[in-house]
Write a protein that binds this ligand. Structure first.
Ligand code: 13P
Length: 249
């Protein structure tokens, strides 16, 4: 048994609506999953509706700015006011489709924490980076961006999610061994700066997790839960994944 927090989070991306919140909240009752924190990352406008159902929630990104003339952006403090407790930072879709650099992501990470949100820092390599043997280097750069700018202590109130880009939405999950190897690397890298923080930090795996492959992934010693995309839109499958975390993580 690990003493780390276990988390199963659903990233709805640009999906979901009021009706999904109804089916989701009637299927998933958080008290049925003792010891597992269940978090939903819906599109921004649904945040307070998810929170009103008694589910933990958070945003999929947040602005790196304080409130002001930034049309279309959402301030971290507003996410907190609407009942958000978490915030994804650096999801690969934000990095690639919205060209978010490590520098911008560090600013978002800091704004999230200032507002009292727990940032979930997403890291991961592309297929070509893996094939070129660059996985550890890419992840080190992504993690060190935060550690070097904000200090290792900033990871105290955070979560790290390893999401290999090649496994996101492709049905090509990392094998439990591949995922464990990278999670161990992440924990060791952080331990070089602060061993006790590294031992407590929840590390989530994401990338084509479903109700069939979750058991073996969650059984790995350095995997403390999952960040689930497609399967989080199917309440029954997501429920099964939450059940798996109760027994396995
Ligand atoms: P899938 O589970 O659909 O592969 O998405 C993973 C993800 O991007 C979660 O943030």
């Amino acid at each position: 048994m690990t003493q780390r927090k276990r988390i199963v989070a659903g990233n709805w991306k640009m999906n979901g609506n009021l009706s999904l919140i109804e089916t989701f909240s009637s299927t998933i009752q958080p008290k049925e999953f003792p010891g597992v924190e269940i978090v939903v990352f819906p599109p921004f406008p649904l945040l307070s509706n998810v929170a009103a159902k008694g589910l933990k929630t958070g945003s999929q990104t947040v602005s790196e700015h304080d409130a002001g003339a930034y049309t279309g952006e959402v301030e971290a403090k507003l996410v907190a006011e609407l009942g958000g407790e978490y915030c994804l930072v650096g999801h690969s879709e934000r990095r690639t489709l919205f060209k978010e650099s490590n520098e911008v992501l560090v600013a978002k990470f800091a704004k999230a924490q200032e507002a009292g949100l727990t940032p979930v820092l997403c890291v991961g390599e592309t297929e070509s980076e893996r094939e070129a043997g660059l996985t550890e280097e890419v992840i080190s750069v992504q993690l060190n961006a935060v550690i070097n700018q904000l200090g290792v202590a900033s990871l105290e109130n955070s979560v790290v999610a390893y999401e290999p880009v090649w496994a996101i939405g492709t049905g090509k999950t990392a094998t439990p061994e591949q995922a464990q190897q990278v999670h161990k690397f992440i924990r060791e890298l952080i331990a070089q700066s602060d061993a006790s923080l590294a031992a407590k930090l929840p590390l989530l795996y994401g990338g084509s997790v479903n109700d069939e492959n979750c058991d073996l992934l969650f059984a790995q010693p350095d995997i403390d839960g999952g960040l689930i995309g497609g399967a989080s839109l199917k309440p029954e499958a997501f429920k099964r994944i939450c059940e798996s975390a109760v027994g396995n993580v």
